[in-house]
Design a protein around this ligand. Structure first.
Ligand SMILES: *Cc1c(COP(=O)(O)O)cnc(C)c1O
Length: 419
């Protein structure tokens, strides 16, 4: 459920008329709905009521400060994957004791910063990382709270580029080797073994892979308890899918029901790392039609948003619904490729899409763009990144200014011999 809807044939974000917003902010622009974000967070966290559960928003899905601050104000923590995300999360007011740190390549400096901040735990992804973190903690005279990220070898049945829990993926420690690795970790004086974690993939549309992963973690936790290693945190990662087109992912409620009994029986504090499900359908990308053109093969709609703004269609073949902001005119439908100005054939938002016959100057909205939209954007073709706007009822505010070309070029210089 989200708060982008037509009123008198005009698309609104909550109570804000998007054509008026576009006139003031310009395009392309990301627009987020605070009511939608709030609702998604509440529905998700309430699904786990009755359990001791911490919802750590996966910051990489949407790192805008206003989005993170909202999640934090609702009781959420953060799942981070870099030192940059640590800085952002702390700046947005996420308490350090609600931050978990995942990722296969944490640097020394990143480990130091997170240790000094006092985060809840590091999700360790390799034997080498374990030793390095132990050393970094020793140098600081601290103990690092850790879980081992286990790769449970379950097929998330999603796009190969966003599957992370298969034996052939780079993530985590093999589930069969994890027992021995916990015993090794227990010998390291500057690690405090707190938990076990996994994250099997993104945009999952079934609960079975989550339940399978939980089963495997459950066996490991029981075996570790028998061996005297008693873990208190169970981090099941993120990955719950959303509806982009006609997917029917489990609701947060169904997802929670599938896991709850077993989690309760394990008597551990649950950590969840949802990203997409909280923000995906809470954001859109607003764009204006620059030109239309017909070739013998196709009808093209050239818009001012491109793959540098939203790379998901090019990168993952993702489907995003695209609608006209003004559906007033009785427009026929056309079959079109909706493309950006970037000099790449792969620069498209949709291909062979049936869409209202929009014309030069019309606005379109690319739906479900709140997750992995702005955060994956780049400045390719020297295109400054889009503005981001938060809507709340009939109010709105720019929460990230449109980048300028000067900002894009900042730090560049000629070597002395060329001056
Ligand atoms: C990306 C990621 C998430 C969030 O995944 P979603 O599919 O957006 O919920 C959670 N945890 C880890 C470790 C991740 O890498």
């Amino acid at each position: 459920m989200h708060h982008f809807a037509y009123h008198n044939s005009k698309l609104y974000a909550e109570d804000v008329d998007l054509s008026q917003l576009a006139q003031q902010v310009g395009t392309p622009a990301y627009v987020y709905s605070q009511a939608t974000l709030t609702r998604h967070f509440k529905v998700f966290s309430q699904a786990f009521q009755g359990l001791d559960a911490l919802v750590c928003f996966a910051v990489k899905a949407n790192s805008n400060r206003a989005v993170m601050a909202l999640m934090a104000s609702l009781g959420g923590g953060a799942d981070i994957v870099s030192g940059g995300e640590l800085t952002r999360a702390l700046a947005a007011g996420v308490p350090a004791e609600r931050i978990v740190y995942s990722g296969v390549g944490k640097s020394l400096a990143e480990m130091q910063a997170a240790l000094e901040a006092g985060i809840l735990m590091f999700n360790i992804e390799s034997v080498q990382e374990m030793a390095v973190l132990n050393q970094v903690a020793a140098d600081l005279g601290l103990k690092a709270p850790v879980s081992l990220r286990v790769n449970p070898d379950v097929d998330a049945q999603t796009h190969p580029k966003i599957t992370t829990g298969l034996a052939t993926n780079k993530f985590g420690l093999d589930v069969d080797l994890a027992f021995a690795q916990y015993q090794e970790a227990a010998k390291l004086d500057h690690l405090e073994l707190k938990g076990v974690s996994c994250h099997i993939g993104s945009q999952l549309t079934q609960v079975a892979p989550f339940a399978d992963a939980l089963d495997r973690l459950g066996l490991l936790v029981a075996k570790l308890r028998e061996a005297g290693i008693d873990l208190s945190l169970l981090d099941l990662g993120g990955g719950l899918g959303i509806t982009y087109r006609d997917e029917e992912p489990p609701s947060p409620e169904e997802y929670a029901v599938a896991l709850k009994d077993q989690v309760a029986a394990m008597n551990m504090r649950l950590v969840l790392e949802p990203g997409r499900v909280l923000v995906g359908n809470a954001g859109i990308l607003l764009s204006r039609v620059l030109y239309t053109k017909d070739t013998p093969a196709k009808h093209f709609i050239v818009v001012d948003a491109a793959m540098n703004d939203l790379v998901r269609p090019s990168f993952y073949d993702s489907f995003h619904n695209i609608v006209p902001v003004d559906e007033n005119q009785e427009r026929p439908k056309v079959l079109a490729d909706i493309v950006g100005p970037i000099c790449e054939t792969g620069d498209y938002l949709a291909r062979d899409r049936e869409i209202a016959d929009v014309q030069r100057g019309d606005l379109i909205a690319v739906m479900s763009a709140g997750a992995y939209g702005f955060t994956m954007s780049s400045t390719y073709n020297s295109r400054p990144r889009a503005a981001e706007v938060m809507v709340n009822g009939d109010s709105w505010a720019v929460v990230r200014e449109r980048e300028t070309i000067e900002e894009v070029m900042r730090g560049e210089s000629l070597p002395p011999w060329m001056e």
